[in-house]
Write a protein that binds this ligand. Structure first.
Ligand code: GLC
Length: 452
C-alpha cells in the first residue's frame, strides 16, 4: 500500500474511536465524516473491534484494548445481574453505545440481541472477547488482568458452555440463526463452522487463564474433554474432499448403533452436484454446517481460515484449503478479497432460507458478497502456511481499490465488481483489516500470536 492510502486508513480508524468519560474504549463500526451511520453502525461491535484492537496492539497502544475488554465485561456483568435478565448467561453484547445523561454523565448500553435487526443472539461475542484477551496478554505481558474476579467469571462462562446443557449429542455448539458475523437469517442455525472454530479457540484460551481450584476441577475436566472431542469431530465429520465425497456419494442410510459411516444420516441425494468437481483432486474444505440429516456444503471463508489459524485443521487439511483458494481464485477472491460464502443461495433456497431477504439477495452481502475485512484473516492463514505470494496477491487487490472506493463494507457480484448496494462506506473494520494485513505481511511480531 502506498503511504498515503495507509494514512487514510488510519485517519478512518482514529476518527471512529469512541470515548466514555474522555477515555477511548472502542471504535464505531462506521467512521463516516459526512453522514450519520446507518442504524446501529455508530456503535462499537465486539467482533468489529477485534480487528481494530489488533492494530492498536501492534502499534503499541494497548490502553484502548484493555479499556474495551473491561468495559464490555462491565456491561455484561450488569446485564446478567439484573433481575429481569432473560439472556443466556454466556452471551456478551453484540455491540454497545455511549448514552449521555442529563447532567453530562456517560454510561454504556449493550445490545444483547434485544435491539439488533432480527433480534439475534450474538453467541460469537464471548469468543472474540476471549481471543482478544489472549492476544492482549501475550502482546503486553499483563497477566494481572486475567486474575481479576470479573475476568475469571467470564472465563468460567466460556467453560460453562462445555458442560452440555443443550439437548445435544455432538461436541459442537448449537446456536440459532445469525449468531455470528452472519447476523441475519441465512440458514446458518445449528452448528455453523465459524462458531465451532471460535468456540474451540475460546475454550483453549479460557482453560489457559482460569485459575484452577477444587471448585472448578470438574468444569475444567469437562472443557478439556470437550475441546479435544470438538477438534476430532470437526476434523473428521466436517471435512470435504474428493475422497470424502466418494464416501458420501455412496453413504448407506438408516444406520443404528454406536458405529456407522453415515453418522448424521445424510441423504446422498441431497448433496449438490457442484461439490465433487469443485474440490477437484487435491483441494478440500470444512462444510459450513453439520447436524442430523443435514450437511451444508456451502464454503464459509472465515470459519475455514480460523480453523487454520487455531490448528483446528490438520496440516494436510490446512494445505488443501489453501489449494482451494488458489484453484478457485476468480470465485473466492475475484476483484476484491474475500467471498464470505460460496455459492450464493438462489431461487427457492434463497426464499426459504433467508425468508426472501432483499439485503441478502444472491451474490450480495452475507449471501456470497465479498468482504474486505476478511483480508486480514486470509493473509494471516496464508502466511502461517507459507503461502506468502497468495497473501501478497490478495493484499494488492484490496490496496488498489479500498481507498478509492471509500472503504466499503462489502462488494456485490460473482466476482465482486460492484460496491455493495446497501454497503456502508467508511467501514472501520475494512480500513483496520488493510492496516493489519500490511503489518502481517511486513512480519510484525504480533503475527505469531495469532497462530496459538
Ligand atoms: C453487520 C454485519 C456484522 C457486523 C456489523 C457491524 O451487521 O453483518 O457482522 O458486525 O454489521 O459492522
Amino acid at each position: 500500500m502506498n503511504d498515503e492510502s495507509l494514512q487514510k486508513a488510519y485517519t478512518l480508524l482514529n476518527r471512529s474511536v469512541i470515548c466514555c468519560d474522555g477515555r477511548p474504549i472502542g471504535t464505531a463500526a462506521v467512521g463516516d465524516p459526512d453522514r450519520p451511520p446507518a442504524k446501529n453502525h455508530g456503535e462499537c461491535f465486539i467482533r468489529d473491534f477485534f480487528v481494530s484492537g489488533l492494530v492498536f496492539l501492534a502499534d503499541g497502544n494497548p490502553g484502548i484494548v484493555r479499556a474495551f475488554l473491561l468495559a464490555v465485561l462491565d456491561i455484561t456483568e450488569q446485564e446478567h445481574e439484573s433481575t429481569e435478565a432473560s439472556i443466556h448467561p454466556s452471551v456478551m453484547p453484540a455491540s454497545f453505545r455511549v448514552v449521555r445523561g442529563a447532567g453530562g454523565s456517560e454510561t454504556l448500553e449493550g445490545d444483547f440481541g434485544d435491539r439488533a435487526i432480527g433480534r439475534v443472539a450474538p453467541v460469537d461475542s464471548l469468543f472474540w472477547w476471549t481471543w482478544l484477551l489472549c492476544v492482549y496478554v501475550d502482546a503486553t505481558g499483563d497477566v494481572e488482568i486475567t486474575r481479576q474476579d470479573d475476568v475469571q467469571n467470564n472465563l468460567e462462562r466460556v467453560l460453562a458452555l462445555s458442560a452440555n446443557d443443550a439437548f445435544e449429542v455432538f461436541p459442537t455448539l448449537m446456536v440459532p440463526d445469525g449468531a455470528f458475523m452472519v447476523d441475519r437469517r441465512m440458514g446458518v442455525y445449528g452448528h455453523p463452522l465459524e462458531i465451532q472454530a471460535l468456540f474451540y479457540r475460546a475454550l483453549r484460551g479460557a482453560l489457559r487463564f482460569l485459575t484452577k481450584s477444587p471448585e472448578n476441577q470438574r468444569l475444567v475436566a469437562c472443557a478439556e474433554a470437550r475441546a479435544a472431542r470438538l477438534r476430532d469431530y470437526v476434523r473428521k465429520w466436517y471435512w470435504i474432499d474428493l475422497f470424502r465425497m466418494r464416501d458420501i456419494h455412496r453413504f448407506p442410510n438408516e444406520e443404528f448403533g454406536k458405529s456407522g459411516v453415515n453418522l448424521h444420516n445424510i441423504q446422498p441425494d441431497a448433496v449438490p452436484e457442484w461439490v465433487a468437481e469443485w474440490v477437484g483432486n487435491d483441494a478440500g474444505y470444512f462444510a459450513g454446517n453439520l447436524g442430523p440429516g443435514r450437511m451444508d456444503f456451502r464454503f464459509f471463508a472465515q470459519g475455514n481460515l480460523l480453523a487454520i489459524l487455531f490448528g483446528l485443521a490438520t496440516a494436510e487439511q490446512t494445505a488443501a484449503v489453501m489449494r482451494l483458494f488458489e484453484s478457485h481464485w476468480p470465485e473466492l477472491i475475484g476483484q476484491m478479497p474475500l467471498k464470505l460464502c460460496y455459492p450464493a443461495l438462489e431461487g427457492e433456497a434463497w426464499c426459504l432460507l433467508t425468508g426472501g431477504d432483499s439485503k441478502n439477495r444472491p451474490w450480495s452481502y452475507h449471501n456470497a458478497g465479498n468482504w474486505p475485512v476478511l483480508l486480514w484473516v486470509f493473509v494471516a492463514a496464508a502466511l502461517k502456511t507459507g503461502n506468502n505470494a497468495l497473501a501478497q496477491r490478495a493484499y494488492q487487490l484490496a490496496a488498489e481499490r479500498l481507498e478509492q472506493d471509500a472503504w466499503p463494507e462489502y462488494y456485490d457480484g460473482k466476482s465482486a465488481g460492484l460496491i455493495g448496494r446497501y454497503a456502508n462506506l467508511n467501514q472501520t473494520w475494512t480500513a483496520a483489516a488493510l492496516i493489519l494485513a500490511d503489518k502481517l505481511l511486513k512480519g510484525h511480531p504480533i503475527t505469531p500470536l495469532l497462530f496459538v
